[in-house]
Design a protein around this ligand. Structure first.
Ligand code: BTN
Length: 254
């Protein structure tokens, strides 16, 4: 197995068999003062969490279920940028290690031919609008077989093994995700969000497509044009209006 070469990211590891959720484990460690780069990995999650209160299917030994502790020195409203940064890191690592040409769907899904292969959940703890810590949760469906999926996920989810036609070396992928993450995080700290946004745009399957987005303020339909400086998705409606979308569920239209 490959060793993690990055200096900070993944320099401290907690590897678990079965746990409820690596997010909760990482949060507990962060509350105890765990440094930036602490990584919690589990073979199985019994209460894997997705965005918007959804469950995340995390069967034993089949995936990469992991959570990374971050301590960015920045206001809370910048954290959506870290979701996008995490997506870029995972997408680059997946392409490098497996050759599977996954693409990014705003804000945080990795897709292969429209099927989901990875989800990212970023959670933050803040005090007075200043971040105490963030937990970047990454769920990669690495070695699931077709018959592992419950009925409600068939056609929606796929795995790297299914797409690549051979099992994935999970440790090699974890190590590369950490290296890519560290490189991007340094870039982000030095030069801000713009270079990360450009990389995200280049890997995106959302931009230039017609999208329909469910937001808290109702549905928005239009063309996905790009990211703005905060990481919001710029949507151009048929009326020619430019709307920044900060959160929501994106449906890609043909
Ligand atoms: C989503 O697409 O809705 C986000 C899914 C995030 C899943 C990962 S798996 C590791 C970490 N622990 C969790 O409980 N969730 C995240």
């Amino acid at each position: 197995a490959q060793r993690i070469q990055s200096k900070v990211m993944g320099s401290r590891l907690k590897i678990l068999g079965t746990t409820v959720s690596t997010q909760e484990e990482a949060k507990a460690l962060a509350e105890e003062g765990a440094p930036e780069g602490t990584l919690v990995i589990a073979e199985e999650q019994t209460g894997g969490k997705g965005r918007m209160g959804r469950k995340w299917f995390s069967p034993y030994g089949k995936g990469i279920w992991m959570s990374l502790v971050l301590r960015p020195e920045q206001p809370l409203h910048y954290t959506p940028q870290l979701t996008l940064l995490t997506g870029v890191a995972v997408c680059r690592a997946v392409r490098k290690v497996t050759g599977v040409m996954a693409g990014l769907k705003w804000p945080n899904d990795l897709l292969v031919d429209g099927r989901k292969i990875c989800g990212i959940l970023l959670e933050s703890a803040a005090e007075d609008e200043h971040v105490r810590y963030c937990i970047a949760g990454i769920g990669i469906s690495a070695n699931l077989d077709r018959d592992d999926y419950p009925e409600e996920l068939t056609g929606i989810g796929t795995s790297l093994k299914i797409e690549a036609g051979e099992p994935i070396d999970r440790m090699a992928l974890i190590a590369t995700v950490m290296e890519e993450f560290e490189m991007l995080y340094e870039l982000y700290r030095k030069d801000g969000f713009q270079p990360v946004a450009s990389l995200w745009e280049a890997l995106s399957v959302t931009l230039g497509k017609r999208v329909s987005i469910q937001t808290a303020r109702g549905p928005i339909e239009g063309m996905a044009d790009g990211l703005d400086a905060s990481g919001a998705l710029r949507v151009r409606t048929d009326a020619g209006e430019q709307i920044p979308v900060f959160s929501g569920d994106v449906e890609l239209r043909r």
